[in-house]
Design a protein around this ligand. Structure first.
Ligand SMILES: Nc1ncnc2c1ncn2[C@@H]1O[C@H](COP(=O)(O)OP(=O)(O)OP(=O)(O)O)[C@@H](O)[C@H]1O
Length: 367
C-alpha cells in the first residue's frame, strides 16, 4: 500500500436479510487530501459505503483499511472521521458554540482548549461571532456551516458528507458547493461526499465513483467520466446522451445507423457489437448533404444559451442536439460530428435491464 492511501476497501460485501447484497464485492482505494464523490441513484448503496467507512455498520465480508490498518472491528468513535448528515443532526436546544463543542466535551477536553478550538472552527466556516446564537435562529446555509464546524473541530482525517446540501434551495446549494470545495482545499483533509446529483458531483470532485446496484460502475475525474463513460448506465446518468447500438468494424472504424464512421477508439474485437454515445453538444446542425446523419426535427426548446432539439433518423433513433443555431419543427437537416465525438462502449447489460433500472430511478426521482 502506498503512503498517500487513506481508505481501502478489499472485496467488501454488505448483505441484509434480503436475497441480493446492497454492496457486491466492492474494492477501491482513496488517497489522502482529495475530494471524492459517491454518485448514484437512490438505493444504489452510497450511504452504505459511507456507514461502513464511519463504522456505523459492519461488512458481511471483505476488509476495510484506514491508513493501512484493518478497521472492520474498530468502533466508530475510535475512527478519526466525522460525518455531516443530510439533516445536519444539530441539537436544537443548544446554541452554536455548544453544538460545535459537543464532541470536545465528551472527550473531556479543558475548557480553554475547547474555546480556542470552537473559535477556530467557526472562523473556518465564516461564522465567527455567532457563538451565542440559537440554532433555531440560523438559516439553512448557516446551519449547514455549523454542522461542518462541528465535523472539523476535533481535527478528523476524513469528513464524510451524506447529501449535506439536499435541503437547500438551488441558489444556496450552488454557493455551498463552492464553499465546501474551498473549505476542503484549505483544510487539506479527505472529503467523501454522497450525492445523487450528477452536476454537483461534476462541479465539486477530484474523483467520482459512479455506483449502481451495489457495484462501482466507473471511477475517475469528472472529465474522464463525462468524456469516456464506460457503459450505458454511466453515459446516461452523467449528463444527456445519445446512445445507439453499433458494430466496431476494426480499430478506428465503427458502424451505426447503417453507415460507417471514422472514430478514435481501438482495442475491440473485429465486428464486436458495441454501444455508441454522442453528447448533444457535440452534434452540429448542417444541411442534409453535409451531415453525417440525416434527421427530422421533432421538437425544439430555447434554453437561454442554446436550443435543445429532439430529432429522429429514419430508423426511429432519437438524437438530442444542443446548438446555438435553430431549426424549425419538421425540417429535414443534417447532423455533423467529429470522430472524437464518438464514444464507443462495450456492451455491459441488456437494454431491457438498463431501461428497467432507469425507469425505476426516474420514478424515484419524481417523488
Ligand atoms: N438496515 C437495513 N436493512 C435492510 N436493507 C437496508 C438497510 N439499510 C439499507 N438497506 C437497503 O440497502 C440499499 C442501499 O441503501 P443505501 O442507503 O446505501 O442507498 P443510497 O444509495 O444511499 O440511497 P439514498 O440516496 O436513497 O440514500 C437500499 O435498497 C436499502 O433499502
Amino acid at each position: 500500500m502506498n503512503n498517500s492511501m487513506i481508505i481501502q476497501f478489499d472485496n467488501v460485501t454488505k448483505q441484509y436479510d434480503t436475497d441480493r447484497p446492497v454492496l457486491d464485492d466492492v474494492s477501491f482505494e482513496l488517497e489522502r487530501g482529495k475530494f471524492y464523490t459517491l454518485l448514484g441513484p437512490s438505493g444504489c448503496g452510497k450511504t452504505t459505503i459511507l456507514r461502513l467507512i464511519a463504522g456505523f455498520t459492519e461488512a458481511t465480508s471483505g476488509d476495510i483499511y484506514f491508513n493501512g490498518k484493518r478497521i472492520n472491528d474498530l468502533p466508530a468513535n475510535k475512527r478519526r472521521m466525522n460525518t455531516v448528515f443530510q439533516d445536519y443532526a444539530l441539537f436544537p436546544h443548544l446554541n452554536v458554540f455548544e453544538n460545535v463543542a459537543f464532541g470536545l466535551r465528551i472527550k473531556k477536553m479543558r475548557e480553554t482548549d475547547i474555546k480556542a478550538k470552537v473559535k477556530e472552527a467557526l472562523q473556518f466556516v465564516n461564522l465567527a461571532g455567532y457563538e451565542n446564537r440559537e440554532i433555531t435562529e440560523m438559516s439553512g446555509g448557516q446551519r449547514q456551516r455549523v454542522a461542518i464546524a462541528r465535523a472539523i473541530v476535533n481535527e478528523p482525517e476524513v469528513i464524510l458528507l451524506d447529501e449535506p446540501l439536499s435541503a437547500l434551495d438551488l441558489k444556496l446549494r450552488t454557493e455551498m458547493q463552492y464553499e465546501l470545495r474551498e473549505l476542503q482545499r484549505r483544510l487539506g483533509i479527505t472529503f467523501i461526499f454522497v450525492t445523487h446529483d450528477q452536476e454537483e458531483a461534476l462541479a465539486m470532485s477530484d474523483e467520482i465513483f459512479v455506483i449502481n446496484e451495489g457495484k462501482i460502475q466507473q471511477s475517475g475525474t469528472p472529465t474522464d467520466i463525462y468524456d469516456e463513460p464506460i457503459n450505458r448506465f454511466v453515459a446516461d446518468f452523467i449528463g444527456e446522451s445519445n446512445i445507439v447500438h453499433g458494430t466496431m468494424i476494426e480499430d478506428y472504424l465503427v458502424k451505426f445507423t447503417g453507415k460507417q464512421f471514422e472514430c478514435v477508439d481501438q482495442g475491440f474485437n473485429p465486428n464486436e457489437p458495441v454501444e455508441i454515445v454522442i453528447r448533444p453538444e457535440d452534434l452540429e446542425i448542417t444541411s442534409r448533404e453535409k451531415g453525417k446523419l440525416q434527421v427530422q426535427v421533432d421538437s425544439q426548446l430555447f434554453r437561454g444559451v442554446h436550443y435543445e432539439l429532439s430529432c429522429y433518423d429514419k430508423d426511429g433513433n432519437e438524437w438530442l442536439v444542443h446548438s446555438t443555431k435553430k431549426a424549425a419543427v419538421g425540417d429535414q437537416i443534417g447532423l455533423y460530428f467529429e470522430p472524437e465525438a464518438i464514444h464507443v462502449m462495450r456492451l455491459g447489460e441488456t437494454e431491457e435491464e438498463f431501461d428497467r433500472r432507469l425507469e425505476a430511478y426516474k420514478d424515484g426521482d419524481e417523488e
